[in-house]
Design a protein. Structure first.
Length: 276
């Protein structure tokens, strides 16, 4: 039996999304790009969320050590690398706080703004800052998204980063795989659908919010589906217009329109027979 190939998975996608977003960020030190918990506001940092962050970090450390041992060819079990979360120091934790404090305002961008984001410059993904505790138990900012330079003397920027090549290849692979589905592969304008889907992923690919979901595969698949359906509906509208013009000028319409007429006539005959 042929071995099943896992062509895309959420773990790899999440890793590449993280790397891509990091190119738009600035950190005091590169290791601070990795976070242990995502919180909606800085006030949510408390005893409970600190303990949760410690558990997340301990789990990540154990998983990393396990995968390294497996890569060396050792026969090991994940339980052998379990890390006690109580051994993690509070000063080693990194908190990702979803916030707009460092994003400039853009009045008038939206006619009827309803959220904080509507008042700010449009971004390619939700902004955040990274915080950690120093030796004096004070929270200090150690990283900002959409930022260049130091935390105090840097400036806002949203143009200097990019999606990684691997993430872009994942988008292409997802679209190619989706286009082989039985409900879309028969269309003559399949290339237009694929092009629209790739463009859509390039625009919204980094908008995936890790604080709300850990399933980017479903998020991207929904975007691809919407792009394909949009092109199909547009082509159907154009085809109907062409068929109307052909019929107005006494020409035969498309094969689809002809058979649709035959199908509707057959249905009508069946209804008449039943009523008769």
């Amino acid at each position: 039996m042929a071995r099943k190939v896992n062509y895309l998975n959420n773990k790899d996608m999440l890793a590449e999304i993280h790397k891509s977003k990091a190119t738009f960020c600035s950190y005091v030190s590169p290791e601070y790009a990795n976070y242990d918990i995502i919180l909606p506001e800085i006030e949510k940092i408390n005893i409970r969320t600190i303990a949760e962050a410690k558990r997340n970090k301990a789990k990540k450390q154990g998983q990393t050590a396990y995968e390294a041992a497996k890569a060396d060819g050792k026969k090991v079990k994940l339980a052998e690398f379990e890390v006690d979360y109580r051994s993690i120091q509070k000063t080693d934790l990194v908190f990702r706080i979803m916030m707009f404090d460092h994003i400039p305002d853009e009045p008038g961008r939206k006619k009827n703004p309803k959220t904080i984001a509507d008042h700010k410059t449009k971004l390619n993904f939700p902004p955040f800052q990274h915080y950690k505790f120093d030796e004096n138990d004070n929270l200090v900012c150690i990283g900002k998204s959409h930022w260049l330079g130091g935390m105090e003397n840097g400036h806002f920027s949203k143009e200097h980063g990019k999606a990684t090549n691997k993430l872009a290849m994942m988008w292409l692979k997802l679209v190619d795989r989706y286009s082989t589905r039985g409900n879309v592969r028969g269309y003559t304008y399949k290339d237009e659908m694929k092009g629209q889907a790739i463009l859509q992923l390039a625009q919204i690919g980094l908008q995936f919010d890790e604080s709300k979901s850990n399933n980017p595969f479903a998020y991207y698949t929904a975007a691809v589906t919407n792009s394909f359906v949009r092109v199909i509906n547009l082509e159907k509208r154009n085809q109907n217009i062409r068929d109307d013009i052909l019929e107005m000028n006494d020409y035969s319409p498309s094969y689809t329109r002809l058979h649709q007429g035959e199908w509707e006539a057959a249905l009508k005959r069946q209804e008449e027979q039943k009523s008769g």
